[in-house]
Write a protein that binds this ligand. Sequence first.
Ligand code: PEP
Ligand code: MG
Length: 577
Amino acid sequence: MTFTIHGVGVSRGVVIGRVHILERDQLEVQEYAIAKEKVNAEILRLQNAITAARLQLRAIREHVPKSTAAEIAAFIDTHLLMLEDSSLTQEPVRLIAELRCNAEWALKLQRDALVAVFDEMDDPYLRTRRDDVDHVVNRIQRILANQIPAKHEIPDSRLRDLVVLADDLTPADTVLMQHHGIAAFITEYGGPTSHTAILARSLGIPAIVGVHQARRYIRDDDTVIVDGTNGVVIVEPDDNILSYYRDKQAADSRYYAELAKLKEAPATTMDGVEISLLANIELPADFEAVRRVGARGIGLYRTEFLYMNRPHLPDEDEQFERYCDVLHALDGIPVTIRTLDLGGDKTVDGGYQDRPVAANPALGLRAVRLCLKDPSLFRPQLRAILRASAFGPVRLMIPMLSSLHEMQQVKMLVEEVRSEFRMRGIKFDEGMQVGGMIEVPAAAVCADLFVKHADFLSIGTNDLIQYTMAIDRVNDEVNYLYDPLHPGVVRLIRHTIEAGEKSGKTVAMCGEMAGDPRYVRLLLALGLREFSVHPAALLEIKRIIRDSHAGELAKMQSAILACASGREVAAVLDRIN
Ligand code: PEP
Ligand code: MG
């Protein structure tokens, strides 16, 4: 019987294949007492298991193919580091000695304590660290139980072209999956920011996560269609559905092959208006995608990912090196480095989490507010960005400005660093541009004022829509109000672009709206001339730009701005698309 299950599509593409279920549930651990004279032997048993776990992981690490994204190896390194950490090497030893219990039980107690700490955390990204604890502890438990490595850890060509279904996948698993040539994967847990999702995107494997209880309904060897674009799994599809999706696959590959030809083509409209089409990046894994689509610059580098997922903040030197890595890896294309945007849905960060969680974090001490409040956090970043500017074209961009005063304060801090560098003979680019993001309605309304103090502006629609519509962008219940076409949003966008036109300065857009094919012509009609989009979306956006007539679209602007509802805007959009 055919049925569908839904999850969160985190990596695009359609795959039709047979299911292979990875059984990797937690081992049932029993407590038993250890005689006093056997305590040392029990401690040794634990330590040997930890050593064996390290050896297993090192072996996997060595088999990471060179072509694999750097962060995959980094995830395995994280697990290796955890195996060195006293929370796993010392604390269970203390528990064995103190409680005279078996190694498995001590490890379980310590696992529960660590997981409880992660569960308390508000940041969904950091909460996924609890999975890392489980992955590492399970590995040791399996060794203690004398189990051979799980089936999927043995290089196995039988996995080729299969759709892997698991409760969750460790980074190490995922590397091996790619090695084995799996076609797609489905996991029961994990959200769009989980490691699994990040890896799937960077490895280009269609994937759906958060398919709750999938293993209750899907069996080994079932045929499934994984539609990673829409987050749908179709189980035992009938012939009609199969042929529909086969046609879709064929059409997709023809379409992507055609799109790839646009790599070198200019993003120029039919009537000769040149559009600047840039890419957004977060992680080193994005470099390859940026090169593949031939982006001419980076319009948004979200630096906060550098601060996450680690016990200590990166210092100035480390940040400088990472920024230089980006400049180097991207062959000298201009990079817009956004200063730290922590807070909101990215509340907790390594080594910087002693403050209580605000009731409304999105309205709290976030982004530039946090940075200005704590120069010890901000100054090293400004210094690192300025130092990096000597090694390639860099623009500095400030997120979430709400008042001009913030812009002026940042510029003052930048100027202080510049003066010090001049005095000390430290190299930097004297011409480095400093721009600001328009994400708060008050800033959009006053864009004409901001643009006077900035070298460029960039509209962050993800937040601009959240704040204009007064909805939390991570809250499912009010998602229906998240409407880029609402006249309030459309007018604020136009108002900001107009401020750029009048001042002769660039107004870009780097929110998700810029990378959504549905809105390209609307944005062209509103006068947008610089788009910064996810690399995977870039060529499609370029195609639409090249098929559009900017002059004709401009004539629609007043009709768009006169619309009384999102529906009316959508109707106009249907006509121009
Ligand atoms: C935005 O808000 O549109 C944006 C680009 O920033 P972020 O999504 O990182 O908040
Ligand atoms: Mg934002």
